[in-house]
Design a protein around this ligand. Structure first.
Ligand SMILES: [Zn+2]
Ligand SMILES: [Zn+2]
Length: 204
């Protein structure tokens, strides 16, 4: 099993939006399954139940945002806010979730599995990214967790996450940020905001 960092193609379901994640390796990111209500609402808004596992979990790989490039179809990239803190990016063409970021200065993107293309390099998702490290917000799961669900976060994971964030930031890996204008910091697409009733309708 190869663990050297490598490039991973990124692609929406229809192929209009594409890009590349470079330097991808288990040691260069953190993979987890998120069962939070907002991640579930995101998949529901996009009408993409296939993105969620049987308990409503989303498979996410957090990595330095400066290592992600969107090279095709940027005209179809959209975003939405369920909270001011989180920009949830997706494609308009085929409603594929891309990933989640914070603001323009935060060096991390959580790339959603649906935008990663593992066919090309012959490695499985587990080989490329490592197995998921933990599950988050399982209290919001909509059913019994799948038998292969990862453990809840251990106490060791928190300092590991902080040290990776700091190292990405110190190494300048938060830039360039493909989702925000380098000069104005404006998001690539104005975030769609939901009224409380629109948002409530997205939860079961
Ligand atoms: Zn598409
Ligand atoms: Zn979530």
């Amino acid at each position: 099993m190869t663990r050297v960092p490598s490039d991973l193609p990124l692609r929406c379901r229809c192929g209009h939006v594409g890009g590349v994640a470079s330097g991808v390796a288990p040691s260069e990111g953190l993979r987890f399954i998120c069962y939070c209500k907002d991640c579930q609402a995101f998949a529901r808004f996009l009408d993409r139940p296939d993105v969620l596992d049987t308990a409503g979990g989303t498979d996410i790989f957090q990595m330095p945002v400066g290592r992600v490039k969107v090279t095709a179809g940027t005209d179809a990239v959209r975003c939405l806010h369920f909270s001011d803190m989180v920009f949830r990016w997706y494609t308009e063409c085929c409603r594929t979730p891309i990933g989640n970021t914070a603001g323009p200065r935060f060096p991390v993107v959580g790339v959603i599995h649906s935008f990663m293309c593992h066919d090309a390099d012959g490695r499985t998702r587990d080989e490329a990214l490592g197995a998921p490290r933990c599950r988050l917000f399982e209290g919001s799961a909509v059913g019994p967790l799948p038998p292969n669900a990862p453990e809840p976060p251990s106490l060791r994971l928190f300092p590991l996450r902080i040290s990776r964030l700091l190292s990405w930031w110190m190494r300048g890996l938060g830039r360039p940020n493909p989702f925000f204008d380098a000069h104005t910091n404006a998001p690539l697409s104005a975030p769609r905001v939901f009224t409380p009733s629109e948002r409530a309708a997205l939860n079961e």
